[in-house]
Write a protein that binds this ligand. Structure first.
Ligand code: PRP
Ligand code: URA
Length: 216
């Protein structure tokens, strides 16, 4: 039996040559902001394809040019994509190309450079977030502090059906999220080795926000 109990932490690491190739380009220090942004979006699309595999569907009747048939469509309320600012915005845009009708929530967090603890500076969620599936996105899962704080915030707003997607994670961040929120499945495009003394992921890709927006 390989079924996972509903309360178990779930970690899904994408294993695909296209994803690996694009992540190698993201890691490269010579990749500039334009290519970096495009690659983040492409990796997000490929990661979301796996991470959203179990979205609920329903059968509907559709008339094709040839005949009438039964087919699947997404069921229920459209999900809410919550992006952790700044870097998460690039992933929100990618997911909206897959689910154009999704609602969007924003959570502004930055890591204090000394303590590495997340500091909240902005929050705006759809009023009915409690009735919707939440897809939380941030390219980097490092200490896990930002992701744990973001899940705390969406749960405080009433959401109870949450999944988290990142581009690069590491064991420390995964452990922190699984300890605080064992009900939230995590999907990462790559799982790296460790954190360094400055709480940056090794080998990682550096500071995702700075590389996306060219701020350093
Ligand atoms: C980065 C990243 C995550 C966070 C991850 O954001 O986008 O939000 O760090 O680190 P953690 O797992 O240790 O919390 P940052 O705070 O640099 O803000 P930015 O997106 O505005 O650059
Ligand atoms: N935030 C980033 O953008 N990169 C890291 O490696 C860690 C936190």
């Amino acid at each position: 039996m390989s079924s996972t109990p509903a309360s178990s932490p779930v970690l899904n690491v994408i294993d695909h040559p296209l994803v690996d190739h694009k992540i190698t380009l993201l890691r490269n220090v010579d990749t500039g902001p334009g290519d970096f942004r495009a690659l983040c979006q492409e990796v997000t699309l490929l990661t979301a394809y796996e991470a959203l595999r179990d979205l609920p569907t329903e059968r509907v009747e559709v008339e094709t040019p040839i005949t009438t048939t039964e087919a699947s469509q997404l069921a229920g309320h459209a999900p809410v994509v919550v992006g952790i600012l700044r870097a998460g915005l690039i992933m929100v845009e990618a997911i909206l190309t897959l689910i154009p009708n999704a609602r969007v929530g924003h959570l502004g967090l930055f890591r204090d450079p000394e303590t590495h603890q997340p500091v909240e500076y902005y929050k705006k969620f759809p009023d009915d977030i409690a009735q919707r599936e939440v897809i939380l996105v941030d390219p980097m899962l490092a200490t896990g502090g930002s992701t744990v704080a973001a899940i705390d915030a969406v749960k405080a707003a009433g959401a109870d059906n949450i999944r988290f997607l990142a581009i690069i994670g590491c064991p420390e961040g995964v452990a922190a999220v699984q300890a605080a929120h064992p009900d939230v499945p995590i999907t990462v495009a790559a799982l790296d080795e460790k954190l360094n003394d400055h709480a940056y992921i090794v080998p990682g890709l550096g500071d995702a926000g700075d590389r996306i927006y060219g701020t350093k």
